[in-house]
Design a protein around this ligand. Sequence first.
Ligand SMILES: *Cc1c(COP(=O)(O)O)cnc(C)c1O
Ligand SMILES: [Zn+2]
Length: 415
Amino acid sequence: MSFATGLICRECGSAYPSEARYSCENCFGPLEVNYDLDAAKRVVTRASIAGGPPSIWRYAALLPDPGTEPVDLGAGWTPLRRSTRLAEVLRVRELWLKDDTRNPTGSFKDRVVSVAMSSARRLGFTTAACASTGNLATSVAAHAAFIGWPSVTIIPSDLEKSKIAMTAIFGGTVLGVEGNYDDVNRLCVELVAEHADWAFMNVNLRPYYAEGSKTLAFEICEQLGWRTPDQVVVPLASGSQFTKVAKGFDQFIELGLVDGAAPVLFGAQATGCSPIATAFAKGAEVVTPQRPNTIARSLAIGNPADGPYVLDELRAGGGDCGSVSDDEILECIGLLARTEGIFAETAGGVTIASLRQMIARGTIDPEKSIVAIISGHGLKTLDAIVETATVSSTITPSLESAEDALRFHQLVAAS
Ligand SMILES: *Cc1c(COP(=O)(O)O)cnc(C)c1O
Ligand SMILES: [Zn+2]
């Protein structure tokens, strides 16, 4: 049972029922899902959660009402792994990797889509749609296929081939827009006005969609043995994941489910699309949009909807925001793979490179616990690495040729 009570305006606090509404009638502010935490407190316990399914739906009490049953492809309950080898390289005492590459379609977006599609079905929608930098489109197409819905996913036409293929395979309609994500998003806002019966996950269903990200915080706490970590590094695109991870920690603390204080949250961006990092570094009040140019396509949102809220949280919490080059992203995809056996997409490279950067400038404390969110699988962005990650040597099928190559790579002593 869900303890969601309806929607509430993040700016003026106006309340609305749990309907398909995403902006406030009074002030046009964004809406979010509100909960009766006092009632939840009497019912939701560590044991009640631990007895739930191994998916995000173990936290159903703190998610929007999914209706009769959730649209559940198995998102969430991904491993939180203690790092030893990467921690050693980065010289930190306690590093944990939240491995969200393990979701059904290989990215954290399955969390938000499972929640948004469930709400969409409860509200009577019958078509799923979204504006996407790639991963959301894949997840929407997959979840729609799972329940037999048509889907319309709208992406920049020049996305990674692997991401387009992974979306198209589910059989929905994929529209490639000649433009960047910000163009796609503008178009989708216009489409919502024309097709009010389509559930655009991250536009008219956005309040519900966003709630799915809280489950990252819930899982991290539960997997750490019901304690909060000290510091969490979160990749930033629109900033939705970041603000809802913060909300998730706050709710668990308010419910008394977890020991420890709210963690300090740190953002991670690619320099080629770093409007939030730039505003934070400058001490600016507003986030100035940027035209994205980075290999981290999943994070390439130049005009992030939740940017102002991320800035507020970074400042109030004493956090910081990384900004890393494409070369550093590629290097850190390799570093993570070589030290931990985890193959991440470019966004994971952004997270690890930003973590390293903020340790170096002393804003992340190496003596305190750290969680890094690895939000997407490397197979999604093969394009980014196929040129460099190749065979070590090409040889003929002869022992001599093999031995030559092994000597060259210093696996056997030179004769
Ligand atoms: C979408 C996405 C994010 C974060 O997106 P927000 O819009 O900030 O919630 C992070 N990592 C990956 C791989 C993504 O696809
Ligand atoms: Zn309002």
